[in-house]
Design a protein around this ligand. Structure first.
Ligand SMILES: NC(=O)c1ccc[n+]([C@@H]2O[C@H](COP(=O)([O-])OP(=O)(O)OC[C@H]3O[C@@H](n4cnc5c(N)ncnc54)[C@H](O)[C@@H]3O)[C@@H](O)[C@H]2O)c1
Length: 245
């Protein structure tokens, strides 16, 4: 029970890595604040988590709505007294277009969700972490932000920026008992698959397979734990030894 009594807020929790992280955090004793735009799937997950805990608050919230983000974090503080762990996982990634074919509106949408979402949640949660002298911020980036993926220029740019934000913020707050790290998944098993241990063949990694939701969630849970208190400002790739595209 490495996260016993810790309060963790996870964005984009309805499916995929976010859902797997909610399950692993619940197994490890955390109280949960689960955020998504998909209320139906959040409700289903809350029911699923009842075997571990009933201390789950679900909030339908679009991460691009700063006022709503502020009130969501306030709601979480009122329900559980704190937000100790923030996992900025919600993100847009499905896209395939050459830079020359990518409309400006797509750039703005990806920047809004993938960058401003984490910025708003961090702005809302960080002051409370600073006042308590303990906190964990984990940003879910991507190998696209490290290597750059063709036909995903705007996506790659947002994840590269998220990694840089992680490193810069860590330098400001690590002396206050707060660690800030990012994880960069490679290919992850389909996020709609409810089996968080599921993997399938992939030519994109030397491991020859995708990473499971649980593998990603276990890394996030470790970074959220007491044991990872001396790890900060890092981007940790979880990609089965990626073949760099
Ligand atoms: N799946 C992969 O192969 C992969 C690889 C590298 C990085 N990632 C990153 O992992 C994260 C999760 O991806 P995934 O594939 O597990 O899930 P996904 O993309 O299938 O789902 C993301 C979740 O975020 C929610 N969401 C989207 N926009 C939102 C918004 N504006 N406000 C609130 N919630 C919103 C969705 O409703 C959904 O439940 C993303 O940040 C993604 O970029 C995924």
């Amino acid at each position: 029970m490495k996260l016993k009594n810790k309060v963790a807020l996870i964005t984009g929790a309805a499916v995929g890595i976010g859902r797997a992280t909610a399950i692993v955090f619940a197994e490890q004793g955390a109280k949960l604040v689960l955020i998504d735009v998909n209320g139906k799937k959040l409700d289903a997950l809350k029911k699923e988590l009842e075997v571990y805990t009933k201390e789950v608050l679900t909030v339908v919230c679009d991460v691009t709505d700063e006022a709503l983000v502020q009130s969501t974090v306030q709601q979480a503080e009122e329900a559980f007294g704190s937000v100790d762990i923030l996992v900025n996982n919600a993100g847009l990634w499905r896209c395939s277009s050459l830079f020359t074919d990518t409309p400006t509106d797509d750039w703005k949408r990806f920047l809004d969700v993938n960058i401003m979402g984490p910025v708003y949640f961090t702005k809302a949660a960080l002051p409370h972490m600073l006042s308590r002298g303990w906190g964990r911020i984990i940003n879910v980036a991507s190998v696209a932000g490290v290597y750059g993926n063709a036909k995903m220029t705007h996506y790659s740019a947002t994840k590269g920026a998220l990694i840089a934000m992680t490193k810069a913020l860590a330098k400001e707050v690590s002396k206050n008992g707060i660690t800030v790290n990012s994880v960069s998944p490679g290919s992850v098993s389909p996020s709609e698959n409810p089996d968080i241990d599921y993997t399938e063949e992939s030519q994109l990694s030397f491991a020859g397979r995708t990473g499971s939701g649980r593998e990603n969630a276990e890394l996030i849970a470790f970074l959220a734990s007491e044991a990872a208190g001396y790890i900060s400002g890092q981007n940790i790739q979880i990609d089965g030894c990626r073949k760099k595209q």
